[in-house]
Design a protein around this ligand. Sequence first.
Ligand code: LLP
Length: 413
Amino acid sequence: MNPFHYENGILHAEEIDLPSLAEKYGTPCYVYSEAALIESYRAYSEAFSSREHLVCYAVKANSNLAILNLFARLGCGFDIVSGGELERVLAAGGDPDKVVFSGVGKRADEIRMALEAGILCFNVESEAELYRIMEVARQAGKKANISFRVNPNVDAGTHPYISTGLRQNKFGIPHDEALRLYRIAHQSEHLHILGIDCHIGSQLTEIPPFVEALEKILLLVAALEKEGIHLSHIDVGGGVGIRYSDENPPEIGEYAKALLEKLEGRKQKILLEPGRSLVGNAGILLTRIEYLKHGEEKNFAIVDCAMNDLMRPALYDAHHDIVAVKQREGKMEIYEVVGPVCETGDFLGRERSLVAAQGDLLAILSAGAYGMSMSSNYNTRPRAAEILVSGKTAHLVRERESVGHLIALERIP
Ligand code: LLP
């Protein structure tokens, strides 16, 4: 199924044409397809259906309540990295019993809140954090469920900013420290060891690094068993990469098959923390061309969205395909697609061939993951609206911000 497709030369989201959405809700706006969200969730749950498993959606990829609510209704769990994300999951009707809490800097108040809510497990990322969780659990008179996030020192072959499983990264506990820390946790009356986990990076387009990381984790699982420490789950971390343009990421089925082969004979439940692959290609950013500017060396299409709306190109030099919403006849030209923000790094796409005119709508594709969730108000730009399309129905799932929202917390002394 292609949730975003042309009909009579006009780009549609499911059964709604994008110009009518732009008309009704204005631009820029994020548009998500409910069918695409459901399909990607099902691809994971079916691929792992032969085993007891739990998909914990990485909330950071897109934390809109409507999306969290949809996943919760499908039976999905959540991977969170802050107390704020926990509050979102709860507000969206998510089940705390299906929440894992990752992240290297959990504050005591966040740990307390998660304990009170009764989350499934803390993914512990350092020895100091282990002691803090122990102490907070003691004060609360509770037992905290934990898993250690082990850094397997595997090269994910992805952008250095989103590679997390190398020795030099800040994430997880070193592989050769793991046994010692598990022993400490095993002794504590305030901790209950539940599992082990790893996450080596995002936008992985090859299967071997996932398998290599899992192999290293399984060595530890075996070593722990010898010491009488039995785990009830193995969390394999984030999901596969997506196709932005010409990448060839593995199918979810292939990825699952490779992992399930390694896990054969193991009785542990499998946890997964995919983010990007659940939402990335289920969303686009709809924007309008404000001006065409023919510079001395380059042509610019200046659009009404900017790096504050979609930061990935500016931050990672990431590529998103950009297409005209209405296909038109005319001269194809090469444009730098840029926003109104006062920075040369404010670009959405470089050297794009477009037949374009002032006032035309463009769609920036594959923008469902790490788009809105990384947006900011830089240049006092209110954040875009978000729309969830389901067949012929469009739901406004986040209103466009106003400047009033932006200045509401500020005070002139
Ligand atoms: N689990 C943990 C502990 C993570 O840190 C992440 C992502 C995930 C799961 C989800 O990984 P995914 O399935 O999405 O690959 N802002 C960057 C991506 C940062 C990813 C950080 N961690 C981007 O726009 O490419």
